[in-house]
Ligand binder design. Structure first.
Ligand code: NAP
Ligand code: COA
Length: 260
């Protein structure tokens, strides 16, 4: 897949899965903008993308503040032209039992993940290529799988999936496609450091995945590139699990326990 000179904006693109997506687009010739809160992370991400031969620019901003995103998008489109690919992946996560989670803890994750996703898409809209732009929101299987200690994340990601589907309906007329990727457990990420903090937890996750391994950042990046490529020109409003089958549910583990 070739993305030479395409303009790609990755919100939350300075580490982990989203940075992997930024790297993959840069490696295919795209001009890549990344945005996140930490100036140090932004600087390091841009340096690394450029060191890999990519064309990159970075912005310090918070997806909870639509003004900071609007300013970044305006600069990108003034400099490089319309945005061809928008990735919205900023998120916060921690394990917390619902009865101990504070209202502000719940709100914080909703604000970053769900309001943040709306802000990113809303700020991007005037700058998106019409027709032709593709949006990929990064969600999670928790959006449809109720998951203990993840009430805040389940609610936020479910909202993102409905934003994805609604925007696909509204913006299809402009020639804009909108899809989501729901990654399963991905190795070497902050998300999984938080969700599987012990070797026992790591093993439990692995055992629950039909393919019996965690995914890689590269595998998520490949899926994102496919969704944003002409090969997926008729695909919109889809939530694509890229999870080794993890979201198929717990019945496999139950059956294995019976025969063990
Ligand atoms: P990560 O490395 O912590 O990535 C989160 C990114 O978002 C960072 O660049 C972070 O940078 C940025 N960010 C966080 N809050 C922000 C805010 N308020 N405004 C702007 N940027 C913000 O975590 P990850 O594990 O790779 O997760 C990336 C995405 O994949 C998330 O959407 C997550 O829900 C999803 N996901 C991950 C997994 C997994 O296995 N890891 C599984 C399913 C879904 P700053 O700190 O500089 O802001
Ligand atoms: N358990 C329970 N509540 C928690 C918590 C935890 N581990 N971590 C934070 N909170 C609560 C705080 O107590 C606070 O609520 P309070 O005011 O009622 O005490 C609220 O969440 C906001 O915390 P704060 O630290 O001010 O938020 P922040 O905006 O600075 O950071 C987080 C957002 C909490 C999500 C932070 O972990 C973060 O920046 N995460 C980004 C990286 C990440 O999560 N990567 C994985 C993506 S899947």
């Amino acid at each position: 897949m070739e993305f030479r000179d395409k303009v790609v904006f990755v919100a939350g693109g300075t580490s982990g899965i989203n940075f992997g997506i930024a790297q993959a687009f840069a490696a295919r010739g795209a001009r890549v903008a990344v945005l996140s809160r930490s100036e140090e992370k932004v600087e390091a991400a841009v340096k690394s993308l450029k060191a890999g031969g990519g064309c990159a620019v970075g912005f310090a901003g918070d997806v909870r503040d639509i003004g900071s995103i609007e300013a970044a998008m305006a600069r990108v489109s003034a400099e490089w032209g319309a945005i061809d690919v928008l990735i919205s992946g900023a998120a916060g996560n921690f394990l917390a039992e619902a009865e101990k989670l504070s209202a502000n803890g719940f709100k914080t994750v909703i604000d970053i993940d769900l309001l943040g996703c709306f802000n990113v898409m809303r700020a991007a809209f005037p700058h998106l290529r019409k027709p032709g732009a593709a949006i990929v929101n990064i969600t999670a299987p928790q959006s449809w799988l109720p998951t203990p200690m993840q009430m805040h994340v389940c609610a936020a990601k479910a909202g993102i999936d409905q934003i994805t589907r609604t925007a696909a309906m509204e913006w299809g007329a402009h020639g804009i496609r909108v899809n989501s990727i729901a990654p399963g457990p991905i190795a070497e990420t902050e998300g999984m450091r938080r969700l599987a903090p012990t070797p026992a937890a790591e093993k439990a996750w692995t055992d629950s995945i039909p393919l019996r391994r965690w995914g890689t950042k590269r595998e998520i990046a490949k899926a994102a590139q496919w969704l944003c490529s002409d090969d997926a020109a008729y695909v919109t409003g889809v939530v694509l699990p890229v999870d080794g089958g993890w979201s198929l549910g717990g019945s496999g583990a139950m059956a294995r326990a019976v025969v063990a």
